[in-house]
Ligand binder design. Sequence first.
Ligand SMILES: Nc1ncnc2c1ncn2[C@@H]1O[C@H](COP(=O)(O)OP(=O)(O)O)[C@@H](O)[C@H]1O
Ligand SMILES: [Mg+2]
Length: 269
Amino acid sequence: MIIALMADKGGVGKTTAAHNLGAELCRHGSVLLIDADKQADLTELCGISSEPNIGMDAVLRQVPTPSMAPYIREVSPDLSLLGTHPQMRKADRELAQRTRREYVLEDALRDLVGHYRYVVIDVGHSEMVQLNVMAVASVLVVPTTPAKLDADHIVNMLEEADLMRRDLKMPSLINPGRVAVSVTRRSPNSGIESDGLALIRERFGHVLAPAVVPFTPRVIEASALHMSLRDFRERYGGRRDKTLSAAVDAYASLAHHVMSLAPAMAGVA
Ligand SMILES: Nc1ncnc2c1ncn2[C@@H]1O[C@H](COP(=O)(O)OP(=O)(O)O)[C@@H](O)[C@H]1O
Ligand SMILES: [Mg+2]
């Protein structure tokens, strides 16, 4: 099952969601995280220092397309990462000149079918990369904050994803219900965001992930230690920290929700 996290806006908790969703999914089967955002934040979050030709940046730029297998690093026993480096931005222009430009990621993934139960992709804002991801994705997760303005960004993202799938002559992810909108709070005061959240519930209730991720400063502490929120809670015994536990539970329920959206598959395809 290939899960793409895509947002129209930065700073909405996309990379944090990819990291924690990966950590939750790997309790159910092996996971490959792919950093497909040239900011390389997911790479750093996993504790791997971003260097040129580390992963996605090399895979997208080589002709012919190589397998991604030699670039994959182990983060923990059931969690691996294909990292990236900011030079990935050069791939946009180069890909535009190539044949099969939309299928580079698909080609690079081909010999990994069966190796991973879940592939989680943190997708940046490059249209060319988004198109490559849409060519392989089985589920789309759209992270957002509970702000009124963000509701419009969700619509744009869903429309763009649908257009890309149409261009690729692939079935929509929206109509068969393979989309989850995942909300992350940006304020410790839940009252401040209640109007935005109500609006998002009204407009996207049918595709909303079951739990809202609360704001918690533990996210920043866990990130600095390259740990998922669950591992951070286990290591530092924060079970009495109710907000931290609510955030762990929210990502766990996002993982279960995502698993329920697409039929179970033995491998990547
Ligand atoms: N639940 C949360 N509580 C507090 N801070 C958060 C939470 N989720 C994300 N953040 C912080 O918000 C910032 C943006 O999140 P990030 O996942 O990097 O967003 P994006 O990938 O969409 O740019 C980061 O500094 C991250 O640590
Ligand atoms: Mg990010």
